[in-house]
Design a protein around this ligand. Structure first.
Ligand SMILES: NC(=O)c1ccc[n+]([C@@H]2O[C@H](COP(=O)([O-])OP(=O)(O)OC[C@H]3O[C@@H](n4cnc5c(N)ncnc54)[C@H](OP(=O)(O)O)[C@@H]3O)[C@@H](O)[C@H]2O)c1
Length: 156
């Protein structure tokens, strides 16, 4: 089973120039606590934006070439999706834009930190039909003048 996890702005902003556009400590903590102990899947560009492997998680990187340092490289995305979409195990899809778009049709849960601000961005979370999901708000917060909600969307 796939669960997407992302932090998005009012217009689905995700990133700019290969980096994140929002830096919220509570969100980083939520990300860490939610994904720890699980397999995480990310695109090669997101991988390159990180200082290194995410600890306590198996790091799977999607790329058409071999990725040094990753626990596993996923070359054949369709084959990976087919083999894992119906498993009990929760596998976290952690970005970026290209990888969210590829997994969105197969993801059971979307953990979205919805940030109440618009910023300049060059990568966006895909538009999705919210009526197809049940939504729960896990928690709301405020940090550095940014208000946000941790929302969980589960496919109906
Ligand atoms: N706000 C958030 O929660 C969040 C989370 C994560 C990332 N981000 C941001 O998102 C941005 C990066 O997103 P992005 O869309 O540019 O890149 P990305 O999704 O991280 O990575 C794209 C790369 O994935 C590989 N790929 C994609 N589709 C593939 C397929 N079908 N088969 C094989 N490989 C495939 C390709 O790697 P190769 O070119 O090596 O083949 C492609 O260049 C950054 O700004 C990052 O900071 C934001």
């Amino acid at each position: 089973m796939f669960s997407i996890i992302a932090a998005i702005g009012k217009k689905n902003e995700l990133g700019k120039n290969g980096q994140l556009v929002f830096h919220i400590k509570e969100d980083m903590k939520f990300f860490r606590e939610t994904t720890n102990g699980h397999k995480v899947v990310m695109g090669r560009k997101t991988w390159e934006s990180l200082p290194g492997k995410l600890p306590k998680r198996e790091n799977y990187v999607v790329s058409r070439k071999k990725v040094e340092g990753a626990d596993k490289t996923i070359n054949d995305l369709n084959q990976f999706i087919k083999a894992n979409k119906d498993t009990e195990e929760e596998i976290f899809i952690i970005g970026g834009g290209a990888i969210y778009a590829a997994f969105l049709p197969y993801a059971k849960n979307l953990y979205l930190t919805e940030i109440n601000k618009s910023v300049d961005a060059d990568v966006f979370f895909p538009i999705f039909d919210k009526s197809k999901y049940d939504k729960t708000i896990i928690k709301k917060g405020n940090e550095n003048d940014l208000s946000y909600s941790f929302a969980k969307y589960t496919i109906k």
